[in-house]
Design a protein around this ligand. Structure first.
Ligand code: ADP
Ligand code: MG
Ligand code: MG
Length: 888
């Protein structure tokens, strides 16, 4: 195998092998763009290194061969004393992991070659600045020296000279700093800073490999669901210098605004700077547009290149570039991250520009982004006290208590507090705190700062660069125009406008929700651009999707909302909700009944109430299927809590105040008590042991349907039996139900077509689905219970007790209650669907339960050929969108 590729050999489709950065550097090279020459070491080499602890045997020679070629091209040798070739050693995995991996610049400098560089460039200051940067980066990332030590030394040097920015340090001072830095390395790492260039390079390559497995990188991957075994590629790239004086500099740019999708000139530029300076917020950057005044030629060339890249990648790109004495160099590009709103807008803009078609546009957005756009926003009319304003870096409305360090953010959020993490700027060490916080607020850095990039990636609200805010992390407070915000004070931040408020600002629904609710029309002239984009993409998704989308709804109000959101029926109406409130007493009568007569009376009283519920529901869903599930939970859930009741009875006893009803209730609670109610008397089992219960419910459904028909309605009820494990259970219930339906038909003279089916939520049901289909006209996979029973997990307990440990150990990347476990639970669904259809080709198949609204699961259900998914009303647009994406 080949472990090293020259930039001229790769292309953008080799991300698995060359990582995103390497693949795109190759692509730009082959597009003829000005990329400093270099080569990429593959992820395969990294995997061998991580698995075996050593680099593959062939790697060294391959690197040597590519380095030789690079030196020949550049006409100088790595670290050559009189005129050194310098390189950067850069990580680059398949997925971009901002700030996660480590890059070392200026490799090839040593006590000797720094002199050569000074002479060649005619700039002493530049040479020593580059050298001190090398020792600093190398010391920190390769030798593991605490970076603060270098920062402190640099700070002291500046203080001694009474200057505030590092560019004000001259060559002599930087030279002294180099001596200091080398001392730090010696004491901290126990070795000298290596003077041999090849050794520097090899150590840096290994450090990049190793950085794949830092805690920070692991945490980020888990968050973003990036597999842990991909490894990173390593790019060795000849150096270009943005720190060669005022006609040099470095910058970042986007081909359009990653927050709104608007086309234009977006980016930051910093004169006389290298590498990370521009995103680290060390000195103040200028907006990219100002580069036009500073260096018109480079600016024009950059604009040209940005257009080339957009047309080539057919998408928003972000870019890192450096200008060395008036010569522009491209150092990185990739399809850029963007906010959820921008994703929709950019997708439709690109369609309008003829760059992509609608099918492609649908792939450019996803359900998680849509869900994010449905979050509420701050109420613009609310009376608010604005503290200041920063850059709108990642949208959303976040409210929480101010905290000034990650530790506190984590601690407070664990105890249930909402917090806003406030920092001067963030760095990768803040990641845990950023995850814990509702939102992130910084006083420094632009749209491309660490805080902004990471927050956008996580879909977390962020305002950055709010420069009026004086953040004092040591004293844990924030001062702004005379206001002091202490740790624990509530603040609100608006990531869409950049505004920062004191106190809690009330929120209002998002325009996207207003649109789905029908209160805002995409066709209106003044319609929000975002709403127009969402409307177009949803229309396309609806056109191509095969899966139908239904709602889980128990009452008319939810049903109506679900319909507005595009539901094509109800996939799960839970009847237990109809047994709560004031009806509890009737249910108690049912449970306490000693005689058939008492029980029948209780049921008789429940019948009209249930019937009324169903009439309303069928009316709300007129013309669309409504699947009604017969009673599922164990009966004791309708009885008072055992401890409460015991206390009440005991108190009454002590007062010699005898309450017959409470005593009987207590007996019933004891009688019905189960060790494992989840596996106890519930679902179809209730129907089989409590005479008249299911038939009452069936009667209520049938009579309600008949009444709707008489009122010229079009009710489409489907009766669903829960927790069936064997076809015999279903046959008994079915026979009784059919009699009741026939009864109602006779009595009302209305012909009813009521489908009868079952949930598949026990492994045995799935395993015998072929038999069960003989008695069922439809299956609805109850993947919540199926997950519990297949894994043997109690959902109510495991999430708190050991799921975190499981997630940390990577046993699963995401809870199987959130995304369907395709290999286990999913296999049962797939096989049961096939077996059911083999028995009954027109068997209708659906899924109800949380998974019905989960993007990844929706794709799975599409793939195994279900007819519909059912989810909560709010998730319906997400399911529609993902069903469309799955089908296109
Ligand atoms: P990251 O993945 O964190 O962005 P990079 O490998 O892109 O890390 O490098 C860090 C910084 O150093 C970036 O600003 C990049 O543009 C700059 N850089 C990397 N290689 C070179 C080089 N050969 N010449 C000049 N600057 C470089
Ligand atoms: Mg970069
Ligand atoms: Mg269930």
């Amino acid at each position: 195998v080949k472990f090293v590729y020259d930039f001229t050999e790769g292309n953008k489709d080799l991300k698995d092998l060359l990582g995103g950065k390497g693949a795109n550097l190759a692509e730009m090279t082959n597009l003829g763009l000005p990329v400093p020459p270099g080569f990429t070491i593959t992820t395969e080499a990294c995997k061998v290194y991580l698995d075996s602890g050593d680099e593959p045997a062939a790697l060294r020679d391959e690197v040597t061969a590519h380095l030789d070629a690079l030196e020949a091209k550049m006409g100088k040798k790595l670290g050559q004393a009189d005129d050194p070739l310098l390189v950067s050693v850069r990580s680059g995995a398949k997925f971009s992991m901002p700030g996660m991996m480590d890059t070392v610049l200026n490799i090839g400098l040593s006590d000797k070659s720094v002199q050569g560089l000074a002479k060649q460039s005619g700039d002493d200051r530049f040479a020593w600045d580059s050298y001190r940067r090398l020792i600093q980066m190398f010391g920190k990332t390769v030798l593991g020296v605490d970076g603060e030590l270098f920062e402190d030394a640099l700070e002291k040097a500046k203080q001694a000279k009474k200057v505030t920015v590092d560019t004000d340090l001259d060559a002599a001072e930087l030279k002294k700093l180099v001596t200091k830095f080398k001392k730090i390395v010696k004491t901290e790492a126990g070795r000298d800073f290596p003077q041999d260039s090849r050794e520097q390079m090899d150590l840096a390559i290994h450090a990049v490999f190793d950085s794949w497995n830092t805690d920070r990188a692991k945490l980020y991957r888990r968050q973003e669901r990036i597999p842990g075994d991909l490894g990173t590629a390593v790019n060795v790239c000849s150096m270009v210098f943005g720190n060669l004086g005022p006609d040099s500099g470095t910058g970042v740019a986007f081909t359009r605004d990653p927050a709104s999708g608007q086309q234009g000139v977006y980016g930051d530029y910093l004169q006389n700077a290298q590498g990370e300076d521009v995103v680290a917020g060390i000195r103040n950057t200028v907006p990219l547009a100002e580069l036009e005044q500073l260096d018109k030629k480079s600016y024009d060339q950059l604009m040209q290149i940005m257009e080339t890249l957009e047309t080539h990648y057919k998408d928003l790109c972000d870019i890192e570039f450096t200008i060395e004495r008036g010569q522009l160099w491209m150092l990185q590009t990739r399809v850029g991250k963007r906010t959820a709103g921008a994703a929709f807008r950019i997708a439709t803009q690109l369609v309008d520009q003829g760059l992509i078609d609608e099918a492609e546009a649908l792939q450019r957005v996803n359900g998680a982004q849509l869900a994010q756009l449905m979050f509420p926003r701050f109420d613009e009319d609310a009376k608010v006290e604005q503290l200041g304003r920063g850059i709108a870096a990642s949208p959303g409305a976040a409210v929480g208590k101010a905290v000034f360090d990650s530790y506190t953010a984590i601690k407070w959020s664990r105890s249930g507090e909402k917090v806003i993490l406030i920092r001067r700027e963030t760095n990768p060490d803040d990641l845990d705190g950023m995850i814990a916080a509702e939102g992130i607020l910084t006083s420094r850095g632009g749209k491309t700062s660490h805080a902004a990039v990471v927050a956008r990636g996580m879909g977390k609200t962020c305002v950055c660069g709010a420069e009026d805010l004086e953040v004092d992390t040591k004293r844990r407070r924030l001062t702004v125009n005379g206001h002091v915000v202490e740790e624990g004070d509530v603040v609100s931040i608006d990531g869409s406008t950049g505004k920062v408020y004191l106190g809690e600002v009330p929120v209002v629904p998002s325009p996207v929700v207003e649109y789905f609710e029908g209160r805002m029309h995409a066709g209106a002239d003044d319609a929000d651009e975002l709403v127009k984009a969402v409307h177009r993409i949803m229309a396309y998704a609806d056109r191509v999707r095969r899966l139908r989308v239904r709602a889980n709804a128990d009452n008319a109000e939810d049903a109506l909302r679900a319909r507005r959101f595009g539901a094509q029926g109800i996939g799960l109406c839970r009847t237990e909700h109809m047994f709560l409130g004031e009806r509890r007493e009737l249910v108690e009568h049912l449970i306490l009944a000693d005689t058939d007569e008492e029980r029948e009376n209780a049921l008789k009283e429940l019948l009209p109430l249930q019937k009324k519920d169903f009439i309303e529901l069928f009316e709300a869903m007129d013309g669309l299927p409504v699947t009604v599930r017969l009673l599922d939970p164990p009966l004791h859930e309708f009885l008072p809590d055992i401890t409460e009741l015991s206390v009440r009875v005991a108190l009454a006893e002590s007062r010699k105040d005898h309450n017959e009803n409470d005593l009987r209730l207590l007996q019933a609670v004891h009688r019905l008590h189960e060790q494992n109610p989840m596996l106890g008397l519930r679902g179809v089992r209730l129907g089989l042991v409590i005479p008249g219960l299911f038939t009452m419910q069936v009667r209520a459904i049938a009579e309600a349907a008949a009444e709707r028909k008489n009122a010229k309605g079009d009710p489409r009820a489907e009766i669903m039996i829960p927790l069936v494990g064997t076809v015999q259970e279903l046959e008994i219930v079915r026979e009784e139900a059919e009699q009741v339906i026939a009864d109602v038909e006779r009595a009302t003279g209305v012909h009813l077509k009521l489908a009868l089916g079952t949930m598949i939520e026990l492994p045995r049901a799935a395993l015998t689905a072929g038999q069960i289909a003989e008695a069922a006209e439809f299956f609805s996979f109850g993947t919540n219970d199926l997950t519990q029973t297949v894994w043997g997990f109690s959902r109510d307990d495991v999430e708190a007790s050991f799921f975190t440990a499981y997630l940390e150990k990577g046993i699963f990347g995401v809870s199987p209650f959130e995304t369907i476990d395709k290999d286990g639970v999913g296999k049962l669904v797939r096989d049961a669907a096939a077996a059911g259809r083999a028995t009954r080709p027109d068997l209708k198949l659906g899924v109800c339960g949380e998974h019905g609204g989960d993007p990844e699961s929706v794709h799975f259900f599409h793939e195994v050929g279900l007819d519909y998914v059912s989810c909560s009303p709010f998730r319906i647009p997400v399911a529609r969108l993902e069903a469309g994406r799955a089908a296109s």
